[in-house]
Ligand binder design. Structure first.
Ligand code: G
Ligand code: G
Ligand code: MN
Ligand code: NA
Length: 256
């Protein structure tokens, strides 16, 4: 199995696809948007999960053409729902971005072209960047972040709480959203101190005027705890695993 050379061909062979997981308003339990998650269906070996191939894509630079495809496809799909599905007019599109993409000089051009070609409102776009990637990029081009901010797209800090973060770096990035890593959600209800980190993050987010999304919500107990703490947005298997695009309209009809 030579993942590296097969990955080079995967795009041309149409073996890549996106699944979509709803982001939920916990007060109504309706969707406010979707996170796009990459899938690779290998012609011989079947499904290969991102944890197995994204590191290879990053090492080889393949993440650049793949990441561009992901961005354009996710924005196209979410804009299609926004314009064709009743109630979906304001849906947001969350797209995972790797550090390699962010430091490539043309990334803002790629984003600008995707906005132009899909017609989506830039404010509906959330670029998800993991906290550790941000900390690992000391030479993160400020110009890139400024151009993205001028385009009007939002940055979400993914897996928040697993790296080292300070208030100053959040301010400097002008992020819009913090996504609380699911390891903290897992502890809710089980561990008496499970809520502590989430309470800290919520306090920080409030003073910086950031939105917060709790990831990996699987149980009604966790949802109850999140509501009690004042978390407004969430994501997780409690509502849906990531689904192929064609299954989303039916999911939306059963979750009004
Ligand atoms: O879908 P999930 O199960 O298995 O994703 C595993 C990991 O792969 C997550 O950390 C997720 O952020 C990452 N991932 C999924 N899709 C993409 C993508 O399109 N681009 C990048 N860079 N990472 C992705
Ligand atoms: O790292 P990132 O947050 O981008 O990746 C999201 C990952 O979390 C994906 O692999 C997705 O399949 C997974 N995921 C989404 N919801 C849940 C959940 O409720 N429980 C668990 N264990 N994983 C989840
Ligand atoms: Mn993510
Ligand atoms: Na995460």
């Amino acid at each position: 199995l030579d993942l590296e050379s097969d990955l080079r061909l995967a795009l041309d062979r149409n073996e890549l696809s996106l699944n979509y997981q709803p982001i939920i308003d916990v007060s109504t339990e309706g969707a406010v948007g979707f996170e796009a998650l990459l899938r690779w269906h290998h012609h011989e070996h079947g499904p290969i999960m991102p944890d197995a191939f994204i590191p290879i894509a990053e090492e080889t630079g393949m993440i650049l053409p793949i990441g561009t495809w992901v961005l354009r496809e996710a924005l196209r799909q979410v804009q299609q729902w926004r314009t064709q599905v009743p109630g979906a007019e304001n849906f947001t599109a969350a797209v995972n971005i790797s550090g390699r993409q962010l430091v490539a000089g043309d990334f803002p051009d790629v984003v600008e072209a995707a906005i132009r070609d899909t017609g989506i409102d830039p404010a509906a776009i959330h670029l998800e960047i993991t906290e550790t990637v941000l900390m690992d990029q000391p030479d993160l081009p400020k110009e890139t972040l400024q151009r993205l901010a001028r385009l009007g797209v939002g940055l979400s800090i993914d897996d928040f709480g697993t790296g080292y973060s300070s208030l100053s770096y959040l301010k400097w990035l002008s992020a819009r959203t913090l996504k609380i890593d699911r390891t903290f959600v897992e502890e809710l209800g089980a561990d008496p101190h499970g809520a502590t980190i989430i309470e800290l993050v919520l306090g920080m987010a409030e003073s910086l005027r950031l939105d917060v999304v709790a990831e990996g919500v699987e149980t009604a107990v966790q949802l109850g705890e999140l509501r009690r703490l004042g978390v407004r947005l969430a994501q997780g298997y409690l509502w849906s695993k990531p689904l192929p695009a064609e299954r989303i309209p039916a999911w939306l009809r059963s979750h009004p």
